[in-house]
Design a protein around this ligand. Structure first.
Ligand code: B12
Ligand code: SF4
Ligand code: SF4
Length: 404
């Protein structure tokens, strides 16, 4: 059979049986490409539009202007990519082996880096795999003498409500922390989508499983989960350490503790994560220099070292200034130590710091000085880290012993 486009039949020639078979094959191909699960949904997110609008009206996006820029397109995949009839939603596990969550949170001289970010940046990798999935669908249809479908992959940065789509596609339920999670797999996964103009059969959403649990809400260090299912992004440590360009508001600095890039606490206390599988992608394993790193070591990296050592990692995109800003806050939160004071003073004199970083260094010096000589307070800081973090640590030791 010739595959010249003029001799190929239109997509509308596909029968319901053929579409059903194709959907099953897509799920198998997805797994072959390293996705843990694939689900399919339609593009109707009209129920989400008022909730998204309310979230924006409340200013929960903070400085994330991109969240407001595209209007309601986020809830309309068919406007984002015209012709789209279905969303093929995919999830990929990222939990690295030897996560060492509790060990890391318990030592205020170590830097805590969110476990999604210790390896390679996921955006390009997942987009490439989704593109391959699109190629397989195209080859299959061409083999059937059918014209190629129009598809486009998206991961994270696109203006699309990925979590509600994945919820519709049956990949899990929306937890009270607003992330997607599922029995037996937990929540340690990324989402990505292939938008496609084929009327594939859709999957059935799974029932919500949080029931009466509120562990994530109670454990959030900055009280960012303002209501069940609703996160005030502008209070979230992930926003404060990654998205926010300028100064970290004073009210959050102590609560940030040693978390210098993102935060995992709401997932760490989640009982559903007790059965979460480890990633099968070695690309997501934590790089050696980011495994339980000393704050002082990271603070000493020059800009050139920062760029070299974070190459290919999501951390690189915050740049050296925000990296220093975040570490300065964590150093301010560490117990008093003469070496920390010296490192802060030395950094003030380097030509790599701007006014914003200087202000955070001054804050950290003031915190350190306040603890100097006040042995009682210093010990209290060291022992308590802070009460909520202690609870998270205990919860991890008990609930996630493999990853503690
Ligand atoms: C902006 C953003 C953030 C912001 C804001 C977070 C937020 N919850 O909105 C910040 C920077 C804080 C952030 C942090 C994190 N993020 Co983020 N983030 C995004 C992004 C780009 C958009 C999310 C969005 O649309 N928010 C807008 C609000 C309105 O959406 P929403 O929270 O889902 O709001 C809905 C609920 O409020 C709901 N709702 C309201 N009332 C009710 C009532 C009920 C009963 C229900 C069920 C729902 C409900 O309706 C709203 C509209 O749909 C997505 C990628 C994408 N393009 O979708 C990733 C994404 C959500 N993030 C992700 C991750 C991994 C994280 C972090 C874990 C990273 C980290 N370790 O530091 C944290 C987790 C913080 C948290 N608890 O949410 C993953 C989540 C994967 C998963 N398993 O669900 C995503 C999908 C990226 C990806 N491609 O994998 N993130
Ligand atoms: S990631 Fe951390 S700061 Fe953000 S909502 Fe979860 S627990 Fe709170
Ligand atoms: S901690 Fe509890 S409430 Fe929060 S997402 Fe997990 S099961 Fe749901």
């Amino acid at each position: 059979m010739s595959d010249s486009p003029s001799q190929l039949a239109p997509l509308t020639n596909l029968t319901a049986v053929q579409l059903g078979e194709l959907a099953l094959k897509i799920k198998v191909w997805g797994q072959e490409l390293g996705f843990a699960q694939i689900g399919i949904c339609d593009t109707d997110l009209t129920d989400e539009e008022p909730k998204l609008q309310q979230w924006l009206d409340n200013g929960y996006h903070g400085e994330m202007g991109y969240m407001a820029n595209h209007g309601m397109m986020r809830a309309r995949p068919h406007e984002l990519h015209p012709g789209t009839q279905r969303v093929i939603s995919a999830r990929m596990n990222y939990l690295p082996p030897e996560a060492g969550f509790a060990f890391n949170l318990n030592d205020p001289n170590l830097a805590y880096i969110s476990r999604y970010a210790g390896g390679r940046d996921y955006h390009k990798m997942i987009r490439n795999r989704l593109k391959k999935l699109g190629d397989k669908i195209e080859a299959e249809l061409t083999g059937l003498g059918i014209t190629k479908p129009n598809s486009r992959p998206f991961v994270d940065s696109a203006p699309i409500l990925e979590r509600p789509l994945a919820d519709k596609a049956g990949l899990g339920w929306t937890g009270k922390h607003s992330l997607l999670l599922s029995e037996d797999v937990g929540s340690w996964f990324f989402l990505g989508e292939l938008l496609i103009d084929l009327p594939l059969p859709v999957d059935i959403p799974v029932a919500e499983g949080c029931k009466t649990c509120v562990a994530c809400i109670k454990s959030c260090p900055t009280n960012a989960i303002v209501e069940p299912y609703i996160v005030d992004g502008s209070r979230c440590i992930s926003y404060l350490t990654i998205e926010l360009q300028g100064a970290i508001p004073l009210e959050f600095r102590q609560a940030i503790g040693n978390r210098i890039y993102g935060c995992d606490d709401c997932q760490l206390v989640c009982p559903v994560n007790s059965k979460a599988p480890l990633t099968e992608e070695s690309d997501f394993h934590t790089r050696s220099q980011l495994k339980q790193p000393q704050l002082l070591e990271l603070f000493a990296w020059s800009e050139a070292e920062f760029l070299k050592l974070t190459e290919g990692s999501p951390i690189r995109r915050i740049g050296h200034a925000r990296w220093l800003r975040n570490i300065a806050v964590a150093l301010g939160n560490a117990p008093y130590n003469q070496a920390i004071v010296q490192a802060l003073v030395a950094r003030k004199q380097s030509d790599e710091v701007d006014d914003m970083v200087l202000e955070h260094i001054d804050w950290a010096l003031a915190e350190q000085t306040a603890k100097q000589g006040n042995i009682a307070q210093n010990e209290q800081t060291a022992a308590l880290v802070n009460r909520k973090t202690q609870r998270v640590i205990r919860s991890v030791e008990k609930g996630l012993p493999r990853d503690a």
